[in-house]
Structure formats: structure tokens, C-alpha cells
Design a binder for this molecule. Sequence first.
Ligand code: NJP
Length: 242
Amino acid sequence: MNSLPRIVFLTGASSGIGAATARLLVQKGHRVFACARRREKLEALVASLPEAVRDSLAIRVLDVLDVEDHQKAVAECVERFGGLDVAVPNAGLGIFDNLGEAALEDWHTMVDVNVKGVLTTLHCCLPHLREAKGLVVNIGSVASRNVFPFSGVYCATKHAVLALGEAIRQDLKSEVASTTICPGAVDTDFIEQTHNEDLLDQYRPNFKKGMHPDFIADHVLLAIEHRGRGVVSDITLRPDFL
Ligand code: NJP
């Protein structure tokens, strides 16, 4: 891996964990190519930074499901910053409902974004990561190892993310390292994707009491800055109240 600063390709940068990660990494001297669909949120992210570090953040509208545009975005990142050392395929969502009542479309959306989107980011970034002896920081979940009621398909997608991190470790270990961060509840917009009103009323207070997204960002930074000393393979982070 190159010496500091690292060049980071980040998805899901418009809110929550992704926005917190972009903000922290840039303030710590790294360069971040930050992608998401909502341009106005990405612009607000830039505006939230001190002027002196704004050049280290590039923003790019990207739907992670658009494979061709994903390839273009990665090429633009390399062109803009001169390489790519770290991929953080953070874009993801959970739509919670009873398995017997959920819409097939919602299952497909979760699989598409949380699994196929992550795989697309990885595939597009891999040649550059291999060249840089880089790092993938996946955002798994406590749902990567457990199954919770009303979130079975979400749990299945996050099991896949953890498996992918282990696959990177096994197949690419001399070239690319992998870290999977497995958080419990984080206070972001995440729960608002659920349309089942009863579950929303039940779950919202728990997510509100969840970890601050900055706490997750701190561990993305830790994984990146420890590269070269040892690999943080996976970390589970839980809120104080659990
Ligand atoms: O949620 P939120 P988090 N193409 O809703 C983006 C995991 N996690 O920060 O496109 C591109 O604030 C969306 O951007 P936009 C979770 O599974 C969370 O909590 O503009 N981007 C937004 O930036 C996920 O993997 C908790 O709408 C797409 C971002 O994804 C990660 O943390 C617990 C997209 C979602 O930001 C970040 O989620 C846990 C698409 N098609 C794991 N679809 C938690 N919050 O409690 C969505 O264990 N995005």
C-alpha cells in the first residue's frame, strides 16, 4: 500500500455512515471519491467541510446498480486522484417486514444494492486495489452472523457481505486486505426505508438510541491507517444500551 494519503472510493456517501466516513477521512488527510444518487446531499457534504480540505473530496452521482456508470466512476476516481487504495462499498439498505407479508420487490432491492452493488464496486475497484496492495472495508452488520425477526432477507444480504470479506482474505491475501465492520443499531436514516408502520414505531426508538455514525467512521479510519501493521479482519460494534 502507498504511503499516506490514501485514495478511497466510497459508496453511500450522501448520509449516515458514508457521510461521516467521508468527512472524517478527508479531515485526516485522505482523498475520498464519494458516490451516491442524491446530488444535493453530496453537495451539502462538501459544504460541511472546511474550505482547506474540500479539494480532497470529489463527489459523483452514482446508482450502484448501474454497472457501466460504476466503471466510469472508478475510472474518474483514478484519473482525479492518481490511483485507488481503498474501496468502501457502504451503500445499503434494510426494508423490514414479516417474511410472509413482504413484497418481492423489496427483497430484490436489498439483494441488488447490498450484494450486487457491493460486488460491482469490488469488481470495478479490484485491478487498482491489486496494484496498490490495497484494502476493502465492507460494512456488514450484527446481522452478518445472526438472524433477527422481520429482517431475514436483510440478514441474508449481510451474511453475504461477511462471506465476501473472508473470500477476499483467502483468494487475494498477498494483494488486497479486507476488513468487515459489523455494527449494531446506528442512528442514521436507515430505518426509514421500512414501510411497515408497526415495525417502524417499534424500531425507530432503538435506532435513535443507536451509535453515532462517527463511531463507525472512526473504525473505517482505524482499518485504513493500520494497513501495513496488521489487518483488522472484522470488528463488531454495539451501542451502549445493548
Ligand atoms: O443508512 P443511510 P446507513 N445506489 O440510509 C445509499 C449498514 N448498516 O448509513 O443514493 C447508490 O443513512 C444512500 O444514498 P442515496 C447498512 O446496511 C447500518 O445506516 O443518495 N447509493 C445512502 O447514502 C448500509 O450498508 C446500520 O440514497 C445507494 C446510503 O446508501 C450502511 O450501513 C446497522 C443506493 C444509506 O445511508 C450505511 O447505511 C448495520 C443505490 N442504489 C449496518 N441505495 C444502522 N444504521 O443501524 C442506497 O448493522 N444508497
